[in-house]
Write a protein that binds this ligand. Structure first.
Ligand code: SAM
Length: 235
């Protein structure tokens, strides 16, 4: 491991607004703030919004700066990336944001049905591992366990394939699609979106890629994807 990473990991332990629960603990018992993030940590009753796979936390922090009347939590497994966000949150004293270092798979042990919105910003598209996509049914059904009634999912991606896949899942499962565009910056929706671009988005735009955006309500469980069955030819 590089020296830089070691320095960041050490610094991470000192940030007051970066939580690093161990995966083993979360498997054995729920996080102490589960169901109590607003009352015991943020100490208000504002909407709680998550960004899953937040990287350096740029989107989480951008949203928190824009909307002081909401609480934001970014989740990612990479401590060396979270370091940058945790440092900004501390330096700017952003009281309505914090970060959690964890696998997204474990969010049901960290949150209860207290989350009003989940952002998935530029998740890895996983072209060959459909079930590992952050919008695959097994992930959506985890998110459903932590979303309040009426909770929504926002997906911002440079991957048309991931966008189409998620839109298709929403359709097949009768989930209400609130917003949908395969080219955000050519759509009137762009003016209503938070004006935040992460380094990933800047890189994709510079490469001439289109950005897709999808928002849907997740108010029911999503059916697993059926493996394609091969039909054998009649004898
Ligand atoms: C392509 S980056 C995007 C980062 C950020 N959303 C942005 O736009 O700058 C994807 C991030 O998702 C995180 N990630 C992917 N799968 C994850 C998982 N199962 N649990 C936690 N983090 C995950 C990675 O560590 C990485 O930081």
């Amino acid at each position: 491991m590089s020296k830089k990473k070691l320095v960041r990991f050490k610094a991470n332990k000192e940030f007051e607004r970066l939580f690093e629960p161990s995966a083993l603990d979360l498997i054995e018992r729920d996080h102490e703030l589960k169901g109590r993030w607003n009352s015991d940590f943020f100490k208000n009753n504002n909407d709680l919004v998550l960004e899953l796979g937040c990287g350096r936390g740029e989107y989480t922090i951008g949203l928190a700066r824009l909307n002081r009347d909401k609480n934001y939590i970014g989740v990612d497994i990479k401590g060396s990336r979270l370091f940058f966000g945790a440092r900004v949150i501390e330096e700017e004293r952003i009281h309505n944001a914090c970060l959690v270092r964890s696998q997204i798979e474990l969010v049901p042990a960290i949150f209860d049905r207290e989350v009003s919105q989940i952002w998935l910003t530029f998740p890895d598209p996983r072209p060959d591992r459909v079930r590992r996509r952050l919008t695959a049914p097994n992930f959506l059904n985890r998110y459903r366990k932590i979303l309040a009634d009426d909770g929504t999912i926002c997906l911002k991606t440079d991957s048309c394939e991931l966008y189409e896949f998620t839109l298709d899942l929403a359709g097949k499962n009768n989930l209400e699609v609130l917003e949908s565009t395969a080219d955000l910056y050519a759509s009137p929706l762009k003016d209503r979106m938070p004006q935040i671009q992460t380094q990933y988005e800047e890189k994709f735009l510079a490469a001439g890629k289109k950005i897709c955006f999808l928002q849907f309500r997740l108010d029911r469980d999503v059916a697993p994807i059926r493996p394609k069955t091969s039909v054998s030819a009649p004898k």
